[in-house]
Design a protein. Structure first.
Length: 259
């Protein structure tokens, strides 16, 4: 029988708020057994880039990662944000280890090809997550804290979406563990009415997702997040929960599962 593992992804807005971050890390620390934390950090990267007089360019919510911006995100995601989170977990008795995709060749990716005339620069699309390496770290009693950075195997880091890294990591471990993936952000779950924080959609399947996208109920940045979630459950992840980072019970969010 496979052991359970909980993979938690936390986004930039929560990371920027000390109170929210501390609540999330307390909750994460209390999870028993195997666990992995995946973090973003886009807001901090934008802030540091501005201090360095480096312009931030976004298209469809995705960052254009030129060479200067690659330096920034490598420093911010792999250094400042990652090591701050690792240190805070150590203070809570969690023996955390910070990782980028280059460390132990954990996440190999390729540079996103130019599509429809858009060049995202040094943005990475994931080819492989090494579940064996992660399993070895977990067996050794370590808790991986994964930054949203991959590498191309040719000496270059690549900026990679944190939601995608969380989903691909979950998929890579699905044959070894009973995986629950939790996406934590500022809302209580996927909402049917964006103005009503209590209008949580309790369960989302592929069919329901397609219907609600057609209606316009699910839109914007929630579409790629749910696509990642649905691909994960289709690949053997037990369930995906989308919930508020500071909720007392993460189980009360939206559950994404098979039909």
């Amino acid at each position: 029988m496979k052991q359970p593992i909980t993979i938690v992804k936390v986004g930039g807005a929560v990371l920027e708020d000390e109170k929210q971050l501390n609540i999330l890390l307390e909750h994460f620390s209390s999870i028993s057994g195997n666990k992995i934390l995946v973090h973003g950090g886009g807001r901090k990267a934008t802030q540091i880039a501005s201090l360095l007089n480096i312009d931030t360019q976004m298209i469809n919510g995705r960052r254009i990662t030129n060479k200067d911006m690659l330096d920034v995100v490598t420093m911010v995601y792999g250094g400042l944000v990652n090591k701050t989170v690792v240190a805070k977990l150590q203070a809570r008795g969690v023996n955390a280890i910070g990782l980028t995709g280059a460390d132990a060749n954990t996440i190999l990716a390729h540079k996103r090809p130019i599509k429809n005339g858009i060049d995202y620069g040094f943005a990475g699309d994931v080819d492989n997550v090494d579940g064996n390496i992660l399993q070895q770290l977990l067996i050794a009693g370590l808790t991986p804290v994964m930054a949203p950075l991959s590498h191309n195997g040719l000496g270059s880091m690549l900026n990679t979406n944190a939601d995608t890294i969380a989903a691909e990591t979950s998929k890579a471990l699905a044959d070894k563990f009973n995986v629950t993936l939790i996406y934590c952000f500022e809302k209580n779950g996927v909402l049917s009415d964006p103005e009503n924080d209590n209008s949580i959609i309790p369960i989302i399947t592929q069919t329901f997702f397609e219907e609600e996208v057609e209606k316009g109920t699910i839109s914007g940045g929630m579409i790629p997040k749910l696509k990642n979630a649905l691909e994960a459950v289709d690949a053997g992840v037990e369930r995906v929960i989308i919930t508020n980072a500071t909720a007392s019970n993460w189980e009360k969010g939206t559950v994404v599962k098979k039909e």
